[in-house]
Design a protein around this ligand. Structure first.
Ligand SMILES: [Zn+2]
Ligand SMILES: [Zn+2]
Length: 305
């Protein structure tokens, strides 16, 4: 029987990744519209290498808006273009520069962390790819040593030659960086599931928790990306789906959110937005998560009677 302390369902900041179309302040409005108290944004247009500098006034306005709102957690997600494991010198060079710039932007926006995918070696020797990644991450941390914002490595679905699909590998990367106060991990449920962690099963979910505790340390998990998966467990395909409507289903989320160890860790959905201008799909997905989490608490309590 597990000993799990009862937790209030509203304790975990819960929110969504929101578009910055129209400026960063619009993302805050969008988050508040869906009842979120956590928010994730891109620091800039994520599909281009070059962006105009961050508007300092807009950044100050953004921080002020967040502060005066119910939002308790803000993080940024780095551009998908960045690949610090790339064997292509041009991509690698651009990525190194872009990461440093994104860390500075994330700090200016008051973000506690910048989520980054570890990247792909694209068929190059995996050890060489990993070496490039660790070197470049270390350089970015060195060059932004005065900042507080954390670099949060996100686990991946394991598609192609991407790094970071296993808990052990992520833990190893963190250990090599040797910068605990500036680094951490973002765990994405859809990626965990696609990479083969079948946490629909309570016992396997416990095993995952044990691996996280041993290889990373719960205190180094700073955000959860809560996404259901369109594809099967172990498919190594990265396609997010609506909470409870994908292959993970409600039980999988109940198992993870029911762990008191993950209790206060903020959760962010990155599920399809749908057509509604009112972001109804986000509202529904957040409602489902709150319900699942509430039920998970009762379930654990019942379990331990
Ligand atoms: Zn994610
Ligand atoms: Zn994904």
């Amino acid at each position: 029987m597990s000993v799990t302390t009862l937790s209030s369902p509203c304790r975990r900041p819960l929110g969504a990744h929101m578009s910055i179309a129209g400026g960063h302040c619009k993302a805050v409005e969008r988050a508040l519209r869906v009842g979120a108290d956590a928010l994730q944004v891109f620091t800039r247009n994520q599909v281009r290498w070059e962006s105009p500098p961050l508007n300092a006034e807009e950044a100050v306005r953004f921080c002020g808006l967040v502060k005066s709102s119910r939002i308790r957690f803000v993080c940024a997600h780095a551009s998908y273009l960045i690949n610090l494991a790339s064997p292509d010198l041009e991509v690698f060079t651009k990525s190194r520069r872009a990461l440093i710039e994104e860390l500075r932007r994330a700090q200016a926006l008051g973000c506690s962390g910048l989520v980054l995918h570890p990247g792909s070696g694209k068929g190059d020797d995996p050890m060489r790819a990993r070496h490039r990644l660790v070197d470049a991450l270390g350089e970015a941390l060195d060059k932004t040593a005065s900042l507080k914002v954390r670099l949060l490595l996100e686990n991946t679905a394991g598609q192609g030659a991407v790094l970071g699909a296993s808990i052990e590998e992520l833990g190893g990367l963190l250990a090599d960086l040797q910068w605990p106060q500036r680094t951490g991990v973002c765990l994405d449920t859809a990626h965990l599931f696609a990479a083969g962690y079948d946490f629909r099963d309570h016992r396997k979910a416990r095993g995952l928790l044990t691996a996280v505790r041993r290889c990373i340390g719960i205190e180094h998990i700073h955000v959860l990306h809560l996404n259901d998966s369109r594809h099967a467990c172990g498919s190594r395909r990265d396609r997010h789906w609506h909470i409870g409507e994908g292959e993970i289903g409600r039980q999988g989320f109940a198992n993870l959110l029911g762990f008191s160890e993950f209790g206060g860790i903020p959760g962010i959905i990155e599920t399809p937005k749908g057509d509604s201008a009112d972001l109804d799909r986000d509202k529904q997905n957040l409602d489902t998560l709150r319900m699942v989490e509430g039920q998970a608490d009762c379930h654990e309590h019942f379990d331990s009677q």
